[in-house]
Design a protein around this ligand. Structure first.
Ligand code: ADP
Ligand code: MG
Length: 265
């Protein structure tokens, strides 16, 4: 099967008056439909930059980001050059970017409003997600009245409401306390599996990566290159992130990843 997403020799540097900051160097990998990829690497190595390139917000200096158009029989095109393609990619940024002057409901519908797709069907979808994620009672509240976990869920609903084929998540759980984080991880993972979404998750939490991913992309320090790609295999398939944490494999992969990250610091 052709990959949904393919990066070929992607390089990127930021330019400012102070000079050049190389962020990514020669990044190549493929992601299959339905796969969950975690991206880990030292702070400041280029993880957020990688997601911005995949989303088409940034354009590679060299190399290419190719995305298969689901309706196009798998023909892959350059993300940066194709706005219709970019709409199939949902990007949840590190900050939740909820607007204080809008209610929760009007925040989660914002993306659809902008794309002129706030129709009956999509409204019903949003209503269901608000119920499922325990935000129904807060639909008329302002973001500042929500807890960190609720804000994160609202941001996720806004992203999922657009029906993306590929979901990019940049440290979406980092503002949550540990307890909430485990619960939200479980929820998100269940939703993504149920909806058969393909996802890339940037995280600095190695245990989160091991509990959620099919494969883990390990990046080197800046400029990020691919140090390794770990494929995770659990004896029992389909375990929730919480259940994974209680397995023997979880410990093994965690230790492996820990060594991988510390060998190269
Ligand atoms: P990470 O998400 O892995 O922490 P980033 O992708 O945000 O790292 O940043 C990678 C490097 O690029 C960092 O050294 C950062 O300072 C630099 N950088 C990020 N954004 C910009 C920008 N807009 N202009 C200049 N340098 C930037
Ligand atoms: Mg970042």
């Amino acid at each position: 099967m052709k990959p949904l997403l393919e990066l070929k020799n992607v390089c990127y540097a930021y330019h400012s008056r102070a000079g050049e900051t190389p962020a990514l160097k020669d990044i190549s990998f493929q992601v299959r439909q339905g796969e969950f990829i975690a991206v880990v690497g030292p702070s400041g190595c280029g993880k957020s930059t990688l997601l911005s390139l995949i989303s088409g917000l940034l354009v590679p200096e060299s190399g290419s980001v190719l995305f298969a158009d689901g309706d196009g029989g798998g023909a892959r095109r350059e993300v940066a050059a194709d706005s219709a393609l970019r709409e199939k990619i949902g990007y949840m940024l590190q900050k939740d970017h909820l607007f204080e002057w809008r209610t929760v409901y009007r925040n989660v519908t914002l993306g659809l409003e902008i794309q002129h797709r706030l129709n009956e069907e999509n409204r019903a979808k949003i209503e269901k997600m608000l119920r499922d994620y325990g935000l129904e009672r807060f639909r008329d509240a302002r973001p500042s009245e929500l807890s960190g976990g609720m804000r994160q869920r609202a941001a996720l609903i806004r992203t999922l409401a657009l029906g993306p084929e590929l979901l990019l998540l940049d440290e979406p759980f980092s503002a949550l306390d540990f307890q909430t984080r485990l619960a939200v991880c479980n929820d998100v993972s269940a939703i993504l599996h149920r909806e058969k979404k393909t996802a890339l998750l940037v995280t600095h939490d190695l245990s989160e990566a091991v509990s959620m991913a099919d494969r883990i992309l390990v990046l080197t320090k800046r400029p990020a290159q691919i140090q390794n790609i770990l494929e995770l295999k659990f004896e029992e398939p389909g375990l929730s992130p919480l259940a994974r944490r209680n397995t023997r494999e979880f410990q093994e992969y965690f230790n492996l990843l820990w060594e991988e990250m510390n060998d190269h610091v």
